[in-house]
Write a protein that binds this ligand. Structure first.
Ligand SMILES: NC(=O)C1=CN([C@@H]2O[C@H](COP(=O)(O)OP(=O)(O)OC[C@H]3O[C@@H](n4cnc5c(N)ncnc54)[C@H](O)[C@@H]3O)[C@@H](O)[C@H]2O)C=CC1
Ligand SMILES: O=C(O)C1=NCCCC1
Length: 313
C-alpha cells in the first residue's frame, strides 16, 4: 500500500490562484443547480464551550470527471495562536472510495468562500462597483477584501471591526501591498462603513443585527457570509427588502429556518442564475447572496489542488 499523501497548508497556499479557484467554484455552483452533485446540509456537533465540529461530505460531477471528498472543520473561537477555524479535506477515488489524499483546508475554506461571493457578485451586481464595505476583519473579512479587490477593481475598500485595532491592522497590511490601486480605510462605525457602499460583505456571525436597512444604498449587493443558527448580523428588514439568493436549497432548509419563518422567499440558487434557469433581479435592486458554504465547493478546490500538486511535484 502506498504512503498516504498529505498536502499541507503551505503547499496549498502556493497552489491557490484566484482565476482558477473562481472557475472551479463557478462550476461547482452551477453543478448544484444542474443536479450533478450529491451533498446534504452539513452535520454539526456542538463540542460545548463554544466549540463546534462540522462534517461536510460531497460528490461532484463536472468536466474533470467525478470527485468525492469530505471536509472536517473545527471552530474553536478561543484559539489565540492557531486560527479559530481549521479544516482538512479527505479526497477519495470516486470509483473505488479509496483515500487518495488528506489536504489542509483552512486556506481552501477561506478562498472558496470568497470566490463564491465573487461569483455571486458577478451575477447579481457586476457594475458600478466603486465602494466595498467589509464588516468583520477576521479570516473571511481579510480574504474577501483581497478576492473582491482582485476581481472588481474598487476605488475604496472600507473595513469595520468591533475591535478597531484589527480593522486598522488589515487596512495597513492591504495598503502596504503595491499591487492594489484602491484606497483602504478603517471605519469607526458600521453605519459609516456602509454609507454609499456598492458591495457589502458581512463576516461576523454575530447574533445581534448590526446591518440596518436605512444605512444601505438601495442598490447595494450584500454577500452574507456569517453562518450559524444564531447568526443575525443582517437585520430582518434588510432581508424583507432584498432579493435573496442562496448557494444550495438543502443547506438553506436546514440552516436558514429563521429567515423562512419570517417569510423570506429565496429567489433561487446562484447556480440557477449561472445556468440561466431563473431571471436575474431587476437592475439597481437590493440583493443578498446568503452564503452557507458547500461540501462540493471544497471537493472542487481540493481536486484542483491535488491535480496541480501531482503535475508540479
Ligand atoms: N459562508 C461560508 O461558506 C462560510 C462562513 N463562515 C462563517 O464566517 C464567519 C466568520 O468566519 P471567520 O472569518 O473564519 O472568523 P474569525 O473569527 O476569523 O472572524 C470573525 C470576525 O467577526 C468579529 N465578531 C465576532 N463576533 C462579533 C460580534 N458579536 N459583533 C461584532 N463582530 C464580531 C470578530 O471580531 C472577527 O473579526 C463565521 O460566522 C463563520 O461561521 C466561515 C467559513 C465559510
Ligand atoms: O462552509 C464551511 O466550511 C463552514 N461554514 C460555516 C462554519 C464552518 C465551516
Amino acid at each position: 500500500m502506498s504512503a498516504l499523501l498529505h498536502i499541507n497548508e503551505n503547499r496549498v497556499l502556493q497552489l491557490l490562484d484566484w482565476d482558477k479557484v473562481f472557475h472551479v467554484i463557478e462550476g461547482a455552483l452551477e453543478s448544484v443547480a444542474s443536479n450533478h452533485v450529491i451533498q446534504s446540509a452539513r452535520s454539526v456537533i456542538d463540542l460545548k464551550e463554544t466549540n463546534f465540529m462540522f462534517v461536510m461530505p460531497g460528490k461532484l460531477r463536472d468536466d474533470n470527471g467525478e470527485t468525492l471528498g469530505c471536509k472536517i472543520a473545527c471552530h474553536f473561537p478561543g484559539n489565540t495562536t492557531l486560527p479559530p477555524l481549521m479544516a482538512n479535506i479527505l479526497l477519495m477515488d470516486a470509483l473505488t472510495g479509496e483515500l487518495q489524499a488528506v489536504i489542509a483546508a483552512t486556506g481552501i475554506t477561506a478562498w472558496r468562500t470568497a470566490a463564491a461571493s465573487a461569483v455571486a457578485t458577478k451575477y447579481l451586481h457586476n457594475e458600478n462597483n466603486k465602494i466595498l464595505a467589509i464588516i468583520g476583519a477576521g479570516a473571511q473579512g481579510r480574504i474577501h477584501a483581497i478576492c473582491l479587490s482582485y476581481f472588481f477593481k474598487f476605488k475604496e475598500v472600507r473595513v469595520w471591526n468591533r475591535n478597531r485595532e484589527r480593522a486598522v491592522r488589515l487596512v495597513t497590511e492591504l495598503s502596504n501591498d503595491s499591487k492594489w490601486k484602491c484606497s483602504f480605510k478603517a471605519c469607526e462605525t458600521v453605519q459609516s462603513c456602509l454609507s454609499d457602499a456598492d458591495v457589502v460583505v458581512t463576516t461576523t456571525g454575530t447574533d445581534v443585527s448590526i446591518v440596518k436597512l436605512d444605512w444601505l444604498k438601495p442598490s447595494a449587493h450584500i454577500n452574507a457570509v456569517g453562518v450559524g443558527l444564531d447568526c443575525r448580523e443582517i437585520d430582518d428588514e434588510v432581508y424583507k427588502a432584498a432579493n435573496v439568493y442562496i448557494d444550495h436549497w438543502d443547506g438553506a432548509k436546514e440552516e436558514l429556518k429563521h429567515l423562512i419563518d419570517i417569510g423570506i422567499q429565496f429567489k433561487g440558487q446562484i447556480g440557477d442564475l449561472i445556468r440561466g434557469s431563473i431571471k436575474p433581479p431587476p437592475k439597481n435592486s437590493l440583493t443578498i447572496f446568503q452564503s452557507l458554504g458547500m461540501a462540493v465547493e471544497d471537493c472542487a478546490v481540493a481536486r484542483m489542488i491535488y491535480d496541480l500538486h501531482m503535475q508540479n511535484k
